[in-house]
Ligand binder design. Structure first.
Ligand code: MD3
Ligand code: FE
Length: 217
């Protein structure tokens, strides 16, 4: 029997799953570059450490964030925005390592979005209990470009709604190495992450790290 038959018959988690029009889950797609990914992240985090941002409403987010690329997503009492400067250091964000940019472009291509050239990568860190409430990503200028996400470390329950906040979300388990592409009609769908369950991951320990690649400008 071939690997293909195992994937389509024997495996409850097929390698590729369409979640909605334009939204494709590529399970394990980042695994081949894992050994380059993790050290590249450590370098970025040393230069631009994770921080828990404050929302315009004055709440401190449970998810800690940093960025790489020519612009980064930030939030404070004044609002959300993309900024070329890390407000904590006063310096530009670390450059996007080629291994990250190529992974995102390859995944987008696999999902049918050619020539994806992200200029921002938001890096989210979840510790057990951390969550991301349902939201839309609409601070970017060009919604024709997809967003590509890479999940690392502890598994999470991803909540995938629709165009209205009131649309009941479907739940997907995202595991270490899973990559998803969100484009076309799904680009503006509400989404979030349920509170992270406790656990220990062999490579990353007691945390989940998610990378989201965006074309902002
Ligand atoms: C669907 N991050 O950073 S990744 C975010 O796991 C964000 O940290 C989550 O939502 C995380 O904004 C979810 C999956 C994701 C990212 C962007 C999307 C799904 C999306 C944009 C549109 C639709
Ligand atoms: Fe989002």
């Amino acid at each position: 029997m071939t690997a293909d038959l195992f994937e389509t018959i024997g495996d409850a988690r097929p390698a590729r799953e369409t979640m909605a029009e334009g939204a494709v889950l590529l399970r394990g797609f980042a695994r081949p570059v894992e050994a380059e990914l993790v050290p590249a992240l450590r370098v970025i985090i040393k230069q631009a450490p994770f921080r828990n941002l404050v929302t315009p409403g004055g709440h401190t987010m449970s998810v800690a964030m940093t960025n790489c690329g020519s612009v980064g997503w930030v939030s404070d009492r004044r609002g959300y925005r993309y900024d070329a400067i890390d407000p904590d250091s006063g310096q530009r964000w670390p450059a996007m390592p080629p291994v990250l940019g190529k992974l995102a472009a390859d995944a987008a291509n696999e999902a049918g979005f050619e020539r994806f050239a992200p200029d921002a990568c938001l890096i989210n860190r979840y510790v057990p209990g951390a969550k991301l409430s349902l939201h839309q990503d609409k601070d970017e200028l060009d919604f024709s470009a997809p967003i590509v996400s890479v999940s690392l470390g502890l598994p999470a329950v991803f909540l995938f709604g629709g165009l209205r906040r009131s649309d009941t979300p479907r739940r997907y388990r995202l595991e270490h190495g899973d990559v998803a592409v969100w484009g076309g009609p799904s680009r503006l769908f509400f989404h979030g992450i349920a509170p992270l369950a406790d656990g220990e991951h062999g490579v990353l320990g007691r945390q989940r790290i998610n990378l989201t690649f965006r074309k902002v400008r």
